[in-house]
Design a protein around this ligand. Structure first.
Ligand code: PLP
Length: 297
């Protein structure tokens, strides 16, 4: 396996980062996770745009133009002969003397890891996952803007530990006002009385790329969609609940704390529509730019 590290593809055993890297020392950095379907990175432009937005929000200059970065991502896939993959693109502040000052780090560290995509068990999609409402509140958006997809994930890790201890798969966090926000690595949707609901960005969540796609698809399917401020009682009394992210796509939730749900038609329909959207996207990219963004290996 080859890893892209600061402009070079190196064998994974040799791909190491300094103990003085501020990503390691202070969680000072950003990242994106992408999914590759049949040689095409789904919504690559959106992920790259969000990466640069995260960088700008922490005053970090990515040392590559967007097109050069996209080529590097594809080169990493080619080096590993991967057509269906999980991709992680990380940019940290880089190596520098101890201390929080970003100017101590002259060069950011850029890492691209590509791994074969391991499918989630089918039974999870058939039976749904269980979720808790975490006692850990989501970071105050005025303290750490959740739109920064940062390397500092402790808030989410604490909630995930709580979920694990409770025997659940995921945890949804509330914000400081007691409103629903998001899962530890996903956005959350619920359906009730003909309306699809999801917490709005103002509640303090990441604007998930999958979330955006699902909202568009639901509107295209003539569903009523409401983004807003909701409480845990709203999710307890829902008819259907599902979570979304780039790797899970649309995962049904069968239980939140003591409330149970059926895996309903809305969740199934939206997951089907999502897969159709992925297939159409892959076909479009291959038709438009077969040799660059559609992988020819
Ligand atoms: N919310 C959080 C906290 C996340 O970490 C993620 C994905 O990693 C998401 C939401 C979903 O984002 P996306 O759909 O862009 O993968």
């Amino acid at each position: 396996m080859y890893v892209y590290l600061n402009g070079k593809l190196v064998p994974s055993k040799e791909a190491s980062v300094s103990v003085f890297d501020h990503g390691f020392l202070y969680g000072d950095g950003i990242y994106e996770t992408m999914r590759v379907y049949d040689g095409v990175i789904f919504k690559l432009d959106e992920h790259i745009k969000r990466l640069y937005r995260s960088a700008s929000l922490i005053g970090l200059t990515i040392p590559l133009e967007t097109d050069a970065l996209k080529i590097s991502v594809y080169e990493t896939l080619i080096a590993n002969s991967l057509r269906n993959a999980y991709l992680r693109l990380t940019v940290s502040r880089g190596r520098g003397a101890l201390g929080l000052n970003p100017e101590l780090c002259p060069e950011p560290t850029v890492v691209i890891i590509a791994q074969k995509f391991k499918e989630y068990p089918k039974t999870l999609y058939q039976n749904g996952i269980s979720m808790i409402v975490s006692s850990i509140r989501r970071n105050l958006k005025e303290a750490i803007n959740p739109q920064i997809k940062s390397l500092n994930f402790l808030n989410n890790i604490l909630a995930r530990i709580e979920a694990k201890r409770a025997g659940a798969y995921e945890a949804i966090m509330l914000n400081a006002n007691g409103e629903l926000t998001e899962g530890t690595v996903c956005n959350v949707f619920f359906y009730k009385s003909g309306v699809l609901y999801t917490p709005s960005l103002e509640c303090g969540i990441l604007d998930g790329i999958t979330r955006g796609t699902i909202i568009d698809l639901a509107i295209r399917e003539y569903m009523k969609v409401k983004e807003g401020r909701f409480t845990k009682e709203d999710i307890y009394s829902a008819e259907e609940v599902f979570i979304t992210n780039t790797t899970l796509e649309v995962m049904p939730v069968s239980k939140t704390d003591k409330s149970e749900y059926n895996i309903g038609n809305v969740t199934k329909l939206l997951h089907k529509a999502y897969r159709k959207e992925v297939n159409a996207y892959v076909a479009d990219v291959k038709a438009e730019e077969p040799s660059i963004w559609g992988l020819n290996i």
